[in-house]
Design a protein around this ligand. Structure first.
Ligand SMILES: Nc1nc2c([nH]c(=O)n2[C@H]2C[C@H](O)[C@@H](COP(=O)(O)OP(=O)(O)OP(=O)(O)O)O2)c(=O)[nH]1
Length: 267
C-alpha cells in the first residue's frame, strides 16, 4: 500500500461518564466501514482547530457540547479509502454537557474499559481500546512492579520481567532488556521503562511506556516529546514531588497517566 499518500486529519473523542464508562458509536450507512464501531468525531475542516472540529462533530453527531478535551494518542492508519492521521482526545465527564441524541441514525453505547460488548471496531482502533484499559495512576517500584485500578475494575498489575510468571499479563522490561532480549509472544502486554528520547523511538511497538523522570531536565525533555504527539500510552514515572510539580502539564500534553515511584527520592 502506498504510504506516501497525504493524510486526512481526523479528530475523535473518548467521551467519559462519571462511572468511568466511555462512548462508542456505530458508523452511519453511506460512510466507509458503515456499521463498524468508533469514537465520535470526523475530519478537521480547512482553517479549523482540532478542538473546534471535535466540538462541531460531537454536536452534529450527538447533540452535545464539549467544553474541554485533552490530547491523548495520535495514530496514522492507511485505509483503502484514505490515509488518516487520527488524533484521539479524552473528554472528562465534567467537560461536556447535553442529552445524547443519535442525530445521524447511528447506534451508540457506553462501554467499560477492558470489557467491550460491541463489534466490529474500526481497524485502527484496536490499540486505542487496549490503551483505555490502562489505569491513569499506578504506583510501585522498578524492583517490585506497579499496581493501579480503574473504577469498577480488578487491580491492574505490571510485573518486572525478572519476577514475571506465566499468569502475569503485563510485563515490564527495561529499554536495555528490549534491545538485547528476543521478542516476546503476543500473550503478554509489553511495558517498557525508558528515560531518554533515543530509547523512546526504539520502543514504539510496546503496549505502554513508563518514562522515568529523576530531575527537572528530564521533566522538560519528556514534556517536549509529549507535545509532539505520541502514538502509544506514555506514563511519566517519578517521585511524588516531581509528579506534583509536572503532573498536570504532562497530562495536559497527552500523557496517559502518572506512575508514582515509591522507591526513589528525587534529586
Ligand atoms: N470518527 C472516527 N473516525 C475514525 C476512528 N478511527 C478511525 O480509524 N477513523 C477513521 C475512519 C475514517 O476514515 C476517518 C473519519 O472520517 P469520516 O468519514 O468519519 O469523517 P466525517 O464524519 O467528517 O465524514 P464526512 O462528513 O466527510 O462524510 O477516520 C474513530 O474512532 N472515530
Amino acid at each position: 500500500m502506498n504510504t506516501q499518500r497525504p493524510s486526512v486529519h481526523v479528530v475523535a473523542g473518548v467521551l467519559y461518564q462519571s462511572t468511568g464508562a466511555f462512548l462508542l458509536s456505530s458508523r452511519p450507512a453511506g460512510k466507509p466501514y458503515a456499521g463498524y464501531w468508533e469514537f465520535a468525531g470526523g475530519k478537521v475542516e480547512a482553517g479549523e482547530s482540532a478542538l473546534a472540529a471535535l466540538q462541531r462533530e460531537l454536536h452534529e453527531e450527538l447533540g452535545i457540547h464539549i467544553e474541554h478535551a485533552t490530547p491523548w494518542l495520535t495514530k496514522i492508519h492507511d485505509y483503502e479509502h484514505a490515509r488518516v492521521r487520527l488524533c484521539f482526545y479524552r473528554i472528562a465527564a465534567s467537560d461536556w454537557h447535553g442529552n445524547l441524541q443519535a442525530r445521524e441514525g447511528q447506534s451508540w453505547c457506553w462501554q467499560q474499559p477492558g470489557d467491550f460488548s460491541v463489534a466490529p471496531m474500526l481497524p485502527a482502533n484496536g490499540p486505542i481500546l487496549a490503551a483505555l484499559a490502562i489505569p491513569d495512576f499506578l504506583s510501585g517500584s522498578l524492583q517490585t512492579g506497579f499496581r493501579g485500578r480503574l473504577p469498577n475494575q480488578a487491580e491492574y498489575r505490571v510485573v518486572p520481567r525478572d519476577l514475571a510468571e506465566p499468569s502475569h499479563t503485563h510485563v515490564l522490561f527495561t529499554a536495555d532488556q528490549m534491545t538485547h532480549a528476543p521478542r516476546f509472544g503476543s500473550n503478554i502486554s509489553v511495558w517498557v521503562c525508558v528515560n531518554q528520547p533515543q530509547q523512546w523511538v526504539q520502543v514504539q511497538d510496546a503496549a505502554a511506556v513508563l518514562w522515568q523522570v529523576l530531575g527537572h531536565a528530564d521533566a522538560q525533555a519528556l514534556l517536549a516529546v509529549l507535545q509532539q504527539g505520541v502514538s502509544l500510552p506514555l506514563l511519566p514515572f517519578a517521585a511524588a514531588d516531581i509528579l506534583a510539580a509536572y503532573g498536570k502539564q504532562w497530562l495536559a500534553a497527552g500523557a496517559h497517566g502518572l506512575v508514582e515511584d515509591l522507591a526513589t527520592a528525587s534529586a
